[in-house]
Design a protein around this ligand. Structure first.
Ligand SMILES: O=P(O)(O)OC[C@H]1O[C@H](O[C@H]2O[C@H](CO)[C@@H](O)[C@H](O)[C@H]2O)[C@H](O)[C@@H](O)[C@@H]1O
Length: 904
């Protein structure tokens, strides 16, 4: 069976492709499917869970103490499955949401879904295919017998909708298309099944071709080993748990040096290669979720101008957790290959920014995004939602109505709490059951009147969670059940979509106790199903873990719970059941408004619109679109002008770069002589800008008397022809922040032998070039750089890690603010300006990030026509806002300035 929607990495087309066709009812590929990916059979990388003793009943006294859950478990890693129906083009919102009839890897209730005869017809072929799927991994291609291949070569196949992948994304894309988003797009994805056995067969070509021509879907083929190592191991055992705050801290764990990283790299590379091969100028590439974090960086390497978006559907953890990953730097760099990185909620965005600023050198994180050396990467938060239109259509199905009637009759005098979760630790099913048990123990009046229906989907991981949950269910039922009443209905299987919708419709409450979750769209579906249109039951309560992204949208109108607090969860159950109708209505209305305001269709178009906008902004200034400095035009503009102002960066522009810790070599003869020639012309006002201290600049330029100087990145200014420095910064403010920052630096200094602190007037520099343990010093420095940036934000201070040092400085006094002040003083309207002639020529030359702000400001003056000629010049290959570039470095600058100085 092939999924009709390979899942990851959508790519929008440029509008020239034929429209997407509706899925045809076609030939049939039947592949028997319970083939477990071979690596699944390896022992878990993590310690087994503690002995199989059933968890104790929480009492009120110990209710807050969480039970030891062991470490963490995998989600299901098996992607190959049998379809027993024709499939449907509308999928569930979360993968856990059941498709219309079709199920993956879940035990089926024999009562409701006997295997279709079509499946039985081909059982022998399916069995063989299953074996091949297994053998493909362990047995090299050339060792397989021809008869193996013939099984595939002769097998029938068809394309049906898959319930793998992210249904929320697929539904959102469909909703956007229906609502008028009319750009063509192509899905890029895997088949979601082992494919080694297809190697060399005509089938493989046919499958690829049909998906491509009939569905606009590009298939990424990779070895089964890469596929399984990527998903079942690196994604599910390392990334998924860590992104959900579950750190394997077992000393025996090898997870963080895990071999499966290479599989993750390989699979990401296979996606990147496919995208690169098919990309056309004008295309947008949109990469989805944690499975493909390296793809943006890999594509960027080959397609520097591509428009790339990345959206993370799961949570992004705090930097303290993310930094545990051995490959943290590689992951972040991969993500930063995008033009826009999107997250569900602001908390995850903030975590990402802090993580980049803590773990990466030479980057600056701002609320808008991450400034890299040569590019800016925007960030945003934009929560995904459901598609109410298609859900409403499904609700009308006869089967849903029938199940509503069945359930109403069965539970007519009971209150129903419902839930449907994957049975893994992150989803918190065990905590939920224990809280429910506590509730029944403490509230005898509710025994016999309330039922918890918990549908639990299995995962591929073998843990004792299954047994533990089973024990609690048995205990609750044996404590309080009677012949006519069962307090917990526990279905360890999946249910068809119709039953799922019926369950959400007739429930009195939905209870979600995830320990972490990117969003949780089941709660959105519940709220819609509770609108009272399908049943007189309506406006049921939502008990929702505060650790889901969704809870941040709901403004406290849900019954928000901490899943680790059994007492709070148990009280929330009581509140949900006893709440007045009026309160329920009020809460539901507000909650439903949030669902309506955040639909999947809106999320989809909003993201792509912003990606376009940010890309244009970034690209407007990109190196490729910035021309080389035109020397002839420059010469002409220079010759025609009457009053000229120059801002010239020092290191990297007028003289070569030097480490912050070392002195500037004295007497750079050529530079001094060019500057002297320039200042000789009375129409020129030249300012050299530097991060160095006033004394250093005085010493260096003592032989160029008419030069203006800007020291300590804008904190001090000395006007041409004067001996006095003017302090631009507010001394009292600087003294205050220095006091608090110094104590932090002092703390680290004591723990970093060989390091030293340099105090400048307006900044503090922590030098660790000579630290005894450089690697350790560098690591620590990146930590506390982030710490300072978080804790001193209010004092408007920023720390930047450079090669061997960290500079902490004020954000209010910069080269840009100094240039502004100088311009004000010299511009034609300024009170002190020489009004003989207007300032009609402004030139800025620089090579660093700080210079960009000066370029931007100067260009704006040019656009407003405040200055007739504005020339901003950036050196090297950086992505810049300057309007011209020079690639020959310091010597190119000196040659250019010399030409101007000798202008006839
Ligand atoms: O199991 P995976 O293939 O690794 O996928 C992980 C989950 O992806 C989808 O959920 C995530 O996106 C949802 C919509 O953006 C969001 O609501 C949820 O919180 C995220 O975890 C998918 O819907 C889940 O089934 C997968 O487990």
């Amino acid at each position: 069976k092939l999924p009709d929607a390979p899942q990851k990495g959508g790519k929008r087309g440029n509008g020239n492709r034929p429209s997407r066709q509706p899925p045809p009812k076609a030939d049939k590929l039947k592949v028997k499917t319970n083939a477990r990916p071979p690596l699944d059979t390896r022992p878990s990388l993590f310690a087994p869970h503690p002995a199989n003793t059933p968890p104790r009943t929480p009492t009120d006294d110990e209710a807050e103490i969480p039970l030891q859950d062991g470490l963490f478990v995998n989600e299901d890693g098996v992607r190959l499955h049998v379809s027993d129906d024709e499939g449907s083009t509308c999928g569930p919102t979360d993968k856990e949401s059941p498709l219309w009839g079709s199920r993956v890897n879940q035990p089926k209730s024999r009562a409701s879904s006997p295997p279709p005869p079509s499946l039985l017809d081909h059982s022998r072929t399916l069995q063989k295919a299953k074996e091949l799927g297994r053998q493909g991994v362990v047995q090299p291609r050339q060792q397989r017998s021809d008869s193996h291949d013939r099984v595939f070569a002769n097998a029938n196949w068809r394309i049906v909708t898959s319930d793998q992948g992210n249904g929320g994304l697929r539904n959102a894309a469909d909703a956007a298309a229906r609502d008028g988003f009319d750009e063509e797009y192509t899905w890029v994805g895997t088949l979601g099944m082992p494919t080694d056995a297809l190697e060399g067969t005509q089938q493989k070509e046919d499958i690829h071709d049909r998906l491509s021509t009939e569905y606009n879907m590009l298939t990424v083929f990779c070895s089964d080993k890469d596929f399984d190592g990527h998903y079942s191991h690196f994604c599910k055992q390392i990334l998924w748990p860590v992104f959900h705050y579950q750190i394997p801290d077992n000393p025996k764990s090898k997870a963080y040096e895990d071999h499966s990283w290479q599989f993750y790299v390989n699979l990401n590379q296979a996606f990147a290669d496919k995208i690169i091969k098919n990309w056309k100028r004008g295309d947008t590439i949109w990469v989805h979720d944690y499975h493909l974090l390296l793809v943006p960086g890999m594509v960027r390497q080959k397609l520097p101008d591509a428009k790339i978006g990345l959206f993370l559907h799961v949570a992004f953890p705090s930097s303290e957790v993310f930094r545990c990953l051995a490959v943290r730097k590689e992951l972040l760099e991969g993500m930063l290959g995008a033009n826009l990185v999107g997250f569900q909620i602001p908390e995850y965005t903030r975590h990402f920014l802090q993580t980049c600023s803590r773990l990466l050198k030479n980057v600056e994180a701002t609320p808008q995004g991450v400034q890299l050396d040569d590019r800016f990467v925007n960030v945003m938060s934009n929560p995904i939602g459901i598609d109410p239109v298609s859900l409403n259509l499904h609700r009308q199905e006869h089967e849903v109505k029938r199940w509503i009637d069945v359930m109403k009759d069965r539970y007519k005098d009971k209150k129903l709490i419902v839930a449907r979760d994957k049975l893994d630790h992150v989803r918190g099913v065990r905590q939920k059951l224990l809280a429910y048990e506590l509730f029944l123990n403490k509230n005898p009046q509710w025994r016999d009147k309330v039922v918890l229906i918990q549908v639990a989907l299995s995962t591929s991981e073998k843990t004792d969670l299954d047994a533990a949950v089973g024990d609690i269910v048995t205990r609750v039922n044996s404590s309080w059940a009677n012949l006519a009443y069962q307090p917990v209905v526990y279905l360890k299987q999946d249910i068809p979509y119709s039953q799922y919708l019926a369950l959400l419709t007739i429930a009195d409450a939905l209870m979600i106790t995830s320990q972490r979750e990117g969003m949780n769209l089941t709660s959105h579906e519940f709220l819609l199903c509770q609108d009272g249109k399908m049943d007189d039951k309506r406006h049921g309560s939502l008990i929702l873990s505060e650790f889901t992204g969704t809870s941040s949208l709901f403004g406290g109108n849900e019954l928000s719970v901490n899943p680790w607090s059994y007492r709070q969860c148990s009280e929330a159950i009581g509140k949900a059941l006893e709440m007045s109708d009026e309160e329920k209505d009020t809460r539901w209305r507000k909650l439903y408004q949030a669902v309506e305001n955040h639909t999947g269709g809106h999320w989809f178009t909003e993201y792509l619109t912003l990606l376009d906008r940010f890309y244009d902004e970034q690209h407007h200034h990109a190196q490729t679109s910035v021309p080389r400095l035109n020397l002839q035009k420059l010469d002409l503009a220079y010759g025609r002008s009457q009053r000229r102002l120059f801002f010239l960066d020092l290191e990297g522009t007028l003289i070569p770069n030097n480490p912050m810790s070392s002195m500037i070599p004295m007497n750079p003869q050529r530079t001094l002589s060019v500057l002297n020639d320039l200042v000789e012309d009375p129409r020129n006002m030249i300012y050299v800008m530097s991060a160095r201290r006033p004394q250093e600049l005085d010493r260096l330029f003592r032989l160029v008397p008419n030069l203006g100087l800007v020291a300590e990145s804008g904190c001090f200014v000395k006007n041409a022809g004067t001996a006095q420095w003017t302090e631009m910064a507010d001394r009292a403010n600087i003294a205050t922040w220095k006091e608090s920052v110094k104590s932090i630096l002092q703390y680290y200094l004591e723990r970093t032998p060989g390091a030293e602190i340099e105090e400048r007037h307006c900044s503090l520099v922590f030098h660790y070039k000579d630290a005894e343990d450089f690697a350790m010093a560098e690591r620590q420095a990146s930590d506390w750089t982030g710490h300072i940036n978080e804790s001193c934000e209010e004092q408007r201070v920023h720390a930047t890690q450079l090669e061997n040092s960290v500079v902490v400085e004020s954000i209010d006094w910069t080269k840009h603010t100094a240039a502004q002040a100088i311009y004000k003083e010299h511009s034609v309207n300024a009170p002190y300006a020489d009004k003989a002639a207007p300032l009609d020529f402004l030139m800025v030359i620089g090579d660093g990030r700080e210079d960009e702000k000066v370029f931007r400001w100067a260009n704006e003056l040019g656009q407003k026509k405040a200055v007739q000629q504005v020339i901003t010049v950036s050196l090297g290959n950086r992505n810049t806002e300057a309007n011209a570039t020079l690639t020959q470095g310091v010597s190119g600058v000196l040659v250019t300035l010399q030409k101007l100085a000798s202008h006839a």
